[in-house]
Design a protein around this ligand. Structure first.
Ligand code: NAD
Length: 292
């Protein structure tokens, strides 16, 4: 299921272009420090690249950033999904352009990231198997998509960010970047690696006005989670209906899935003026999972 509240009639919905918070222009100022009074997120003039933007969290992020006026390059291998996103974004103040690409092509990925001010590393996949049954090729493919592709996208994006003296990198990690779970060796290894890559990016980017952070959710209501239900049921020998409460939400204090739009708000916050001192860290959205 993809998420987004882009067509909600709620006038305060951040994706609603008639939301007065979105139409408000930021004050003119020569002082680069954020104004102490809250202002709307204004990303006009910024180019954002969101990977895995055809569905789930990536689509919600692309819509949220376009709602703030950014020109969004929506990258995915799913061309029909990008077409649908394009339609949903039609009334937003920013622009959404499709980049159809399989991130397994790492050279093309690096090239596609050139000229971006905001990079949201989001594309992901999951395979749930015990280590002894985990196909080595699949292990490598997960690491390539979740860790090596973000590295190559950073290589492509950082020179432009450094040149402009401003950049925002947001890596969609996971509670599995901070905690392990059985049967998720490749995913947990890759997300832990992504958390490290994000910290190094923060250290190198700081003198150039570039921040880098992770957003690390628990389980989000997206196709990635829906696809896991049958695998988890088989591995734990329980009915599919019991997977959500019995397995996925067992460690979460809040017993519900997160909505993609909630994750997109966290990403938007990290791109905004009040997050300019936040770097090298992780915004955990895990319903209390890591509070244990
Ligand atoms: N859904 C969750 O519960 C959850 C929780 C924590 C973190 N995450 C992370 O959030 C990110 C997005 O997950 P989601 O749930 O929205 O997944 P999703 O499956 O709904 O969307 C992933 C998108 O990535 C694209 N993609 C996959 N492989 C690709 C490739 N090789 N090249 C280009 N595009 C590719 C897919 O086409 C899809 O549009 C992932 O990094 C995931 O690990 C998800």
């Amino acid at each position: 299921m993809t998420a987004s509240a882009s067509h909600s009639p709620n006038p305060l919905n951040p994706l609603n272009p008639s939301n007065p918070l979105n139409s408000q222009s930021p004050p003119e100022r020569s002082d680069p420090r954020p104004h102490p009074v809250a202002t709307a997120l204004d990303l006009r003039g910024r180019t954002a690249l969101v990977t895995g933007a055809a569905g789930g969290i990536g689509a919600a992020c692309a819509l949220r950033l376009a709602a703030a006026g950014a020109r969004v390059r929506a990258l995915d291998r799913d061309a029909p999904g990008l077409d649908a996103l394009h339609e949903r974004a039609a009334s937003l103040p920013g622009a959404v352009e499709s980049v159809v690409l399989d991130l397994a092509d790492l050279d093309a990925a690096e090239e596609a990231a050139a000229g971006t001010d905001i990079l949201v590393n989001n594309a992901g996949t999951q395979l749930v198997r015990p280590i002894q049954d985990f196909p080595p090729d699949e292990f490598r493919a997960v690491l390539t998509l979740l860790l090596e592709a973000p590295f190559r996208l950073l290589r492509g994006a950082l020179p432009h960010m450094y040149e402009r003296g401003w950049g925002r990198v947001v890596n969609i990690s996971s509670v599995h970047g901070l905690r392990g779970s059985a049967y998720k060796s490749a995913y947990v290894a890759a997300k832990h690696g992504l958390e490290g890559l994000s910290k190094v990016t923060a250290l190198e980017g700081a003198p150039h006005g570039v921040t880098s952070n992770c957003v690390s959710p628990g389980y989000v209501r997206t196709p990635l989670v829906e696809k896991q239900l049958a695998d988890q049921a088989a591995l734990h020998d329980i009915p599919v209906e019991s997977v959500l409460t019995g397995i996925l939400l067992a460690d979460s204090a809040l017993k519900r899935l997160i909505e993609p739009g909630e994750v997109a708000e966290a990403v938007a916050y990290l791109c905004g003026p009040h997050a300019s001192f936040i770097t090298g860290t992780t915004l955990t959205m895990d319903g209390g999972w890591t509070a244990h």
